[in-house]
Design a protein around this ligand. Structure first.
Ligand code: PLP
Length: 390
């Protein structure tokens, strides 16, 4: 049996995906294919590192060891051909906190921050909750997948009070892996209009083997560009509950500005378990990740085929990266409220409503492929039967 086919019961572990079902969907029996974590066991190396750390009974204040930075540097040099100096790294308590810190560091209250919806909902809330202004550059929907609207991006960047662009690369929820030409165009626009760019590359390792490689934006930027990259092992090795992430920039001023935001709040991200998991994932998780991506690719293909053959009214473009599938349900002719009701009440499957990713997500739902295939099959079967009753 493939290790990823194994069902692991997460209920009762305070897993948001499982244990918040009653609160979010109003029933506990939906098959949960929503929150972006996977139902798979993390690499053995991560579990072992955590167990070893736990076996030492003193959990005191902890330093970031050099080996932690080295694990990150080695991973990105090997996997992404990106050379990172130790002085270019700032540890952070997560990517979403980093979005908040960047919003505060680079824009004043009321100033504009560009995002490209449909996009991961905290891109909106990081801007709104810090009192900055959302500037939307919606992605263009084409027959060949989503693209950035570069012309409109330039227009968004023109006003002098537009300060920051938050890029999602690869893009959650549409699964696009941005090409070099697109990334170069983004950098050129940012240079012309003095924009800081925060590139959220948390999904960078989750690119399907049959798709183009992920390109780290920093590897085509100039060192002086005001660019900051957010990375983490949390999605790659399925340990987002551990929290730790990193910010990387060759531009000292930009890196220092975000560090100052964290310092203002005295955010102590240095947690002995996060450190152990982070380093073990990057040091030893490679073979596990390769197996995972092969498995997810098979799941993706099977799910897409099932959708085509058995779920009339629903379509999905093939994602290039991330384990998320963006379902176009507009063919069902349901309102957002009806769509939500259909999946929860009729199908008993828990998905993320597309409108939470911006108004461009109206009529869409997001499905998480990170569950054993038997679970995905059961969920698709439920949707098929519910469609038959529509
Ligand atoms: C694009 C993106 N950024 C950030 C996160 C979460 O980051 P963190 O858990 O480190 O705050 C997610 C999780 O789904 C994501 O999709």
């Amino acid at each position: 049996m493939n290790r990823f086919d194994q069902r692991i019961d997460r209920a009762g572990t305070q897993a948001v995906k499982l244990d918040a079902r009653d609160k979010v969907f109003g029933r506990e029996d939906v098959i949960p294919l929503w929150v972006a974590d996977m139902d798979f066991a993390a690499p053995e190396a991560v579990t072992r590192a955590l167990a070893e750390r736990a076996a030492h009974p003193v959990y005191g204040y902890t330093l970031f060891p050099d080996s932690l930075y080295q694990s990150l540097q080695d991973w990105f040099a090997t996997r992404h051909h990106w050379t990172i100096e130790r002085s270019q790294i700032v540890m952070a308590p997560g990517v979403v906190p980093s979005l908040h810190a960047a919003a505060m560091a680079f824009a004043a209250p009321g100033e504009g921050i560009i995002i490209q919806p449909p996009v991961y909902p905290p891109f909106f809330s990081a801007i709104e909750k810090t009192g900055r202004r959302v500037v939307e550059n919606p992605l263009l929907e084409t027959a060949d997948g989503y693209r950035m609207d570069l012309e409109h991006l330039e227009q968004c960047a023109v006003p002098s009070d537009t300060r920051l662009l938050i890029l999602c690369s690869p893009h959650n929820p549409v699964g696009r892996v941005w090409r070099d030409g697109e990334l170069e165009a983004v950098l050129a626009i940012a240079r012309r209009h003095d924009l800081v760019v925060l590139s959220d590359e948390i999904h960078c390792d989750l690119v399907f083997p049959d798709k183009p490689r992920h390109r780290v934006l920093a590897t085509i930027a100039n060192p002086e560009d005001p660019l900051i990259t957010a990375v983490a092992p949390s999605k790659s090795f399925n340990m987002p509950g551990l929290g730790l992430s990193a910010l990387v920039s060759a531009n000292r001023e930009v890196l220092g500005a975000v560090q100052s935001e964290f310092d203002r709040w005295h955010m102590p991200q240095c947690h002995p378990f996060s450190i152990a998991g982070f380093a073990a994932g990057y040091r030893e998780g490679g073979p596990w990740l390769d197996e995972l991506m092969a498995y997810l690719q098979g799941s993706r293909d099977e799910v897409l085929a099932t959708i085509r053959q058995r779920l009339p009214g629903i379509r999905a473009q093939e994602p290039e990266g991330s384990y998320l599938l963006w379902l176009d349900c507009r063919g069902l002719g349901l309102s957002n409220a009806e769509l939500k009701r259909f999946f929860v009440q009729e199908a008993a499957v828990g998905l993320n409503p597309g409108y939470t990713f911006g108004s461009q997500g109206s009529g869409f739902m997001r499905l998480n492929l990170g569950s054993p295939r038997p679970v995905l099959r059961e969920a698709l079967g439920r949707i098929e039967r519910a469609l038959g009753r529509l």
